[in-house]
Design a binder for this molecule. Structure first.
Ligand code: HEM
Length: 481
């Protein structure tokens, strides 16, 4: 009875409120089972804005994508950093960036992200292309006849190794391939427990995760990294900044590098899997995308064959609109990154058409992009994979409508506003490069025809993982000379 009496009541001007019946948990169980279905059922009941009590937090969901921009642009009163700082420091085991003993650390770290965008991205892109082909080379050497592999494992081993080498360079004395493959195994184990760490399950309850995390962090100790060659500029710049803070222990600096590693491959690997899986499942899409790549290689006079290195510049990657569309389409279907903001003070959030809503300090406001990505009014037949959905008149299609209004944001796998993923251009380039090399060199087909589903346990956290792996086979294409 006491719990019932202490439940929050809705005040005038506030959105409709659902407390749920289970003390402390609220509606967490219903939400986690199938977030999209649950949110749509709440939308049908309450309209486009409502507040739900979920595991100790009141979260106001904004469901109408024409209103997203009003949340996104309120950077001050709706802040993200407080939440992400706390979550990242707990998950990756470093002190919070916002502590007074690290003046400007957060700002300094953010300033260097521009090294991953625009012109400076050329260098990263070129390096990734060389590393990818290096990693692919031994895979292809085994593929003179059909070779069968599990697709997720395949994507994971190639993308992990190539991205790692591109960002962190190499240790001149260690056996690079062996070290990276041990890292990958540990990383995969840590990553499997990542969703539990984020929701604050004590690490002591997660088996060996604490030790694995420590081993992964130790790998990045400054004295070891000092010896590595060819660090990417962004990693070198991060390292230089961290070195300026004597109050950080070596272990803390290493933990920051580990967090960046997670950010750089944790979502890119499953995103690469889905991009490849949908293409191989839709042979007409695969043929069209391969045609576009072949055409580019022809027009740039590049010979194909296992012994020729491909060179595709960042601008040329940008020109591959069908490939870009196929990747966007798979991101639309597999991304579930919740955009969370913490309300900094009681205030009235003004929305379009003279609507407004009262928000309370300490509550969360959330945008859940799958509600947009699966909206039939924005994307016709939203459950269907249409590889050319994001192409119009031979160019990238960027105009999508809801309620007759042009949407400012129609695809949100990378978050939004001031906290949007700084690695997004590099991520899309990496996936393009992976597919360009693979499609150029091998023929592929799925062996298992049962569709692969999505594992919902990462809903809200990023790209969903497949619920099982898909067997596929590949063989070197026939080349003229
Ligand atoms: C942050 C998605 C690849 C580096 C984020 C966020 C999302 C995201 C949703 C949080 C943004 C927010 O909530 O507003 C993705 C996806 C990727 C990807 C879907 C791949 C498909 C990458 C890559 C890198 C990277 C390749 C680096 C090489 C980062 C960093 C942050 C971040 C450093 C934290 C930014 C901060 O400190 O505010 N990413 N990301 N990401 N991402 Fe990515």
């Amino acid at each position: 009875l006491l719990v019932f009496m202490l439940r929050r009541r809705r005040k005038a001007g506030e959105p409709p409120l659902e407390n749920g019946w289970i003390p402390l948990l609220g509606l967490a169980y219903q939400f986690s089972k199938d977030p999209l279905k649950f949110l749509i059922s709440q939308q049908e009941k309450h309209g486009d804005i409502f507040t739900i009590y979920l595991a100790g937090r009141y979260i106001t969901f904004i469901m109408d994508p024409t209103q997203f921009q009003y949340v996104i642009r309120h950077g001050k009163k709706l802040d993200f950093h407080e939440f992400s700082n706390e979550m990242a420091s707990r998950t990756f085991n470093y002190p919070r960036l916002s502590e007074a003993r690290f003046p400007q650390l957060s700002d300094n770290m953010h300033k260097i992200y521009k090294i991953m965008q625009g012109k400076p991205l050329d260098k990263l892109t070129d390096s990734m292309m060389i590393n990818l082909q290096h990693v692919f080379k031994w895979k292809f050497s085994q593929a003179t006849d059909w070779k069968t592999e599990k697709m997720y494992q395949f994507c994971c081993s190639i993308m992990f190794e190539a991205s790692f080498m591109t960002l962190y360079g190499k240790d001149p004395v260690a056996d690079g391939r062996k070290v990276i493959s041990e890292m990958r195994e540990k990383f995969t184990k840590f990553d499997a427990k990542f969703p539990y760490l984020v929701i604050n399950i004590p690490i002591a309850l997660l088996g060996d995760t604490k030790n694995i995390r420590k081993e992964l962090i130790n790998f990045f100790m400054p004295k070891k990294m000092d010896k590595w060659l060819d660090l990417a500029d962004v990693i070198q710049a991060r390292k230089d900044i961290l070195e300026q803070y004597d109050v950080l222990r070596d272990y803390d600096k290493a933990a920051h590098h580990f967090a960046f590693l997670w950010a750089s491959v944790g979502n890119t690997i499953p995103a690469t899997f889905w991009a490849l899986y949908y293409l191989v499942r839709h042979p007409e899409a695969l043929a069209a995308v391969r045609d576009e790549i072949d055409h580019l290689l022809q027009s740039t006079g590049q010979k194909k064959g296992p012994d020729y290195g491909l060179h595709i510049t960042r601008e040329q990657l940008d020109s591959l609109v069908l490939l870009g569309s196929a990747i966007n389409e798979s991101l639309r279907l597999c991304s579930a990154s919740m955009n969370i903001r913490v309300v900094q003070e009681d205030f009235l959030l003004e929305l379009e058409d003279d609507q407004s809503v009262s928000l309370r300090k300490g509550d969360f406001v959330a945008l859940y992009p799958p509600t947009l990505h699966k909206d039939p009014e924005v994307f016709e037949d939203p459950e269907e994979y249409k590889y050319d959905r994001f192409v119009e008149d031979g160019k990238e299609k960027t105009v999508f409508f809801k309620k007759g209004k042009k949407l400012k944001a129609y695809l949100m796998p990378f978050g939004s506003g001031s906290t949007i993923c700084p690695g997004r251009f590099f991520a899309v380039n990496e996936i393009k490069q992976f597919l360009a090399v693979l499609l150029t060199y091998v023929d592929m087909e799925l062996i298992s025809h049962k569709p692969i589903g999505q594992d919902n346990s990462r809903s809200g956290l990023g790209i969903l993982l497949p619920d099982s792996d898909a067997y596929f086979r590949f063989k070197l294409r026939k080349f003229d000379d």
